[in-house]
Design a protein around this ligand. Structure first.
Ligand SMILES: Nc1ncnc2c1ncn2[C@@H]1O[C@H](COP(=O)(O)OP(=O)(O)OP(=O)(O)O)[C@@H](O)[C@H]1O
Length: 378
């Protein structure tokens, strides 16, 4: 276990196979009071990792220690881990209140009835399901059931919280509110928390640190800012942002001392720092990453503008997400890219209209065309 967090969670070298290997050497430390968000696409291995921490699956290799204690021989019910199941696993014969009270009536977490009732009231209020206290799970919506499962987890005072997709079935407004409320509640306790979510932006918004996994391997560990500003691979870049970073495959070419990113007629001179890093990395085949909101519109015939056609336009009030067809330019590549920008007055929906795109000089990212890893120094 890591010497830096002797009292938190330390998972080291976790491997697990079912029909095929789903976790490859996963290591995660979480300090007391720290919230680590685990994110990755569906099937990345998040739930399997959560289940291993809780003792519901046995790893093929690796170790899990909590508060300095190796958990290998500690059965799930003695681990002092509060796990919120992705599948909810509510007791169908108990009411909402009964489900939320259940861990406080179990031998491992028993509280006196008045203290237990007060804690359940507080958590049911927080999750806006207090008025449903007498209902059975069968009479609840999916989002309400999810909040009961969350309540049953948050009432506990464990040594580790594991929240597996705790708010994925709630509407956007409630998700936004509860992200803040749950984070605030957990911050008041000196307990490590793992929050698993397939939503990369949710991970950035709740995590003190974020661990991105894909295909059962750790792609990147860092602060939300690190991960947003410097995604370590195209797999991380694709997971973050709505819409995510545009990725264009192309070649690097040097002409008259300047390094250009090229794809057919598209030629972008790379800023010096990016060019230096690209030369050092020695890759010619690369993917260029451009965040949607770094791209600006211009008249189609503007010098230096890249020609495109508006494919679709989704207005969101202050801004719009515009998908552009760069088919003629990029030929066999993905022929559309989404950029977030306002088309301005007088465009209507703009569909089919030609536009010019000004690509930025700053904020570009370069990834190796074969491995998808960010070029070092970019
Ligand atoms: N008990 C099992 N038997 C066989 N394969 C399994 C088992 N549990 C998980 N898997 C497989 O392991 C892989 C990882 O699954 P896991 O549920 O951990 O992913 P996840 O990242 O949590 O996905 P999601 O976001 O969709 O819940 C998947 O390919 C899944 O089919």
């Amino acid at each position: 276990m890591s010497a830096s967090v002797p009292t938190g969670l330390a998972a080291l070298g976790i491997c697990k196979s079912f029909a095929h290997q789903v976790l490859h050497d996963i290591g995660i430390d979480i300090a007391p009071g720290e919230l680590v968000a685990l994110t990755g696409p569906s099937g990345a291995g998040k739930t399997t990792f959560c289940r291993i921490l809780a003792g519901l699956e046995r790893p093929d290799a690796g170790s899990v220690a909590l508060g300095g204690l190796d958990l290998a021989r500690v059965p799930p019910q003695q681990r002092r881990v509060a796990l919120m199941f992705e599948s909810y696993a509510l007791y169908p014969h108990l009411t909402v209140r009964g489900n939320a009270l259940s861990p406080l009536q179990a031998p491992s977490g028993r509280l006196d009835p008045a203290a237990a009732a007060a804690r359940v009231d507080e958590v049911l209020e927080l999750l806006e399901i207090h008025h449903l206290g007498d209902r059975l799970p069968g009479a609840l919506s999916g989002g309400q059931k999810q909040r009961v499962a969350l309540a049953r987890t948050l009432v506990q005072a464990p040594d580790l919280y594991i929240l597996d997709e705790p708010i994925s079935h709630l509407d956007a407004k409630l998700r936004h509110k509860l992200r803040g409320e749950i984070r605030r509640r957990l911050a008041g306790q000196q307990v490590p928390t793992l929050w698993s979510t397939p939503d990369g932006m949710e991970a950035l918004s709740v995590g003190d640190r974020v661990v991105v996994i894909d295909g059962g391997r750790v792609e990147q560990v860092g602060t939300p800012e690190d991960i947003w500003l410097r995604p370590a691979s195209t797999r991380v870049a694709r997971l973050l942002g709505d819409p995510p970073m545009n990725l264009i495959e192309g070649q690097l070419k040097r002409e008259n001392g300047t390094l250009f990113f090229t794809r057919r007629e598209l030629r972008l001179a790379l800023p010096p720092a990016l060019a230096r890093a690209a030369v050092q990395a020695g890759s010619d085949a690369v993917s260029l990453g451009i965040r949607p909101d770094d791209i600006a519109f211009a008249a189609p015939d503007t010098t230096g503008a890249v020609g495109a056609e508006v494919y679709s336009n989704e207005p969101f009030g202050k801004h719009a997400i515009v998908t552009l067809d760069l088919g003629a330019m990029l030929a066999k590549a993905k022929t559309s890219m989404a950029i977030a920008a306002s088309l301005g007055d007088g465009w209507g929906d703009g569909i089919g209209r030609p536009v010019g795109l000004m690509f930025p000089k700053e904020g570009l990212a370069l990834f190796d065309g074969t491995t998808g890893r960010a070029l070092p120094g970019t």
